[in-house]
Design a protein around this ligand. Structure first.
Ligand code: IPE
Ligand code: IPE
Ligand code: MG
Length: 253
């Protein structure tokens, strides 16, 4: 258990880990009498801006929700478009990510994607795996419930093999088996487009994350909007169950 003084690090005014639900592409397109997929195309430009600006601001980990385990329910044309967009980005931009020192990680049930996309995902992750700059995590066919389920399955297998006993199951042990188990949890969560829900994103990992919601639609989200969210974050007092007084005392200690 971390002590109040450990929780009050000077650097805690800037999120180390930022998680974003990039929402509102369809509405952005509809406002312009364009097909929904034009919104996804415009969303890619916003994504570039935000990756660059997050690096400029010194964020260490950026986790982006690109495609949820529920998004398969959309019209097949839209699903195909999104997957093609993903494939094209991996094909065309892995080298650029590498040159910027970005380490790419993809979380989610990739087994549901076609072989070509799976191969490209594996190649891009491998190619950038030794980079020391921004950790860019893309959640694709990701669901928080899926993540917890696969962690539970691993634990079940360990119990069956006899390498784990139920008395040793702890929050730390579960955490270590989740997709982001080796990383600090998100400090700040942003959802664009006015929706105020988690939509099966990082259910476990968001336990103590500061939540920021903005009406801005994802294709309009830019450097200024990200800075607004960072200012919001810098004004929060993160108590992690402690009292304000404890945190103040420990910051003078
Ligand atoms: C987010 O925008 C992108 C994905 C889910 C892939 P939406 O497509 O959900 O946009 P809205 O919510 O319909 O406006
Ligand atoms: C969440 O957005 C998923 C992504 C942004 C990838 P949705 O637009 O799919 O969420 P709901 O359906 O409105 O909750
Ligand atoms: Mg949406």
């Amino acid at each position: 258990m971390r002590t109040p003084s450990e929780l009050m690090k000077p650097s805690s005014k800037l999120p180390r880990h930022l998680a974003v639900i990039m929402d509102g592409n369809g509405r952005w397109a509809r406002q312009r009498f364009l097909p929904r997929v034009a919104g996804h195309r415009a969303g890619v430009d916003a994504l570039h801006k935000i990756v660059k600006h997050a690096m400029k601001r010194g964020i260490e980990i950026l986790t982006l929700f690109a495609f949820s385990s529920e998004n398969w329910r959309r019209p097949s044309y839209e699903v195909s478009y999104l997957l093609d967009l993903f494939l094209n980005m991996l094909e065309n931009e892995t080298q650029k990510l590498h040159e910027q020192g970005i380490q790419l990680r993809i979380i989610g049930d990739c087994s549901q994607f076609n072989e070509k996309l799976q191969a490209q995902m594996a190649q891009a992750q491998d190619f950038t795996s030794r980079n020391k700059g921004l950790k860019l995590v893309i959640a694709a066919n990701y669901g928080g419930q899926w993540d917890l389920t696969q962690a539970m399955r691993k634990i079940g297998e360990e119990l069956e093999r006899g390498t784990l006993s139920s008395a040793n199951i702890s929050a730390e042990l579960i955490n270590a088996r989740l997709s982001l188990g080796d990383l600090p949890p998100p400090d700040l969560f942003i959802r664009t487009s006015g929706e105020q829900r988690i939509s099966n994103f990082l259910l476990w990992d968001l336990a103590y994350t500061e939540l920021y919601f903005t009406e801005v639609l994802w294709p309009d989200f830019n450097e200024v909007e990200l800075d607004k969210a960072l200012v919001f974050f810098s004004g929060r007092e993160r108590r992690f169950g402690c009292t304000s007084e404890q945190l103040e005392e420990s910051s003078y200690a």
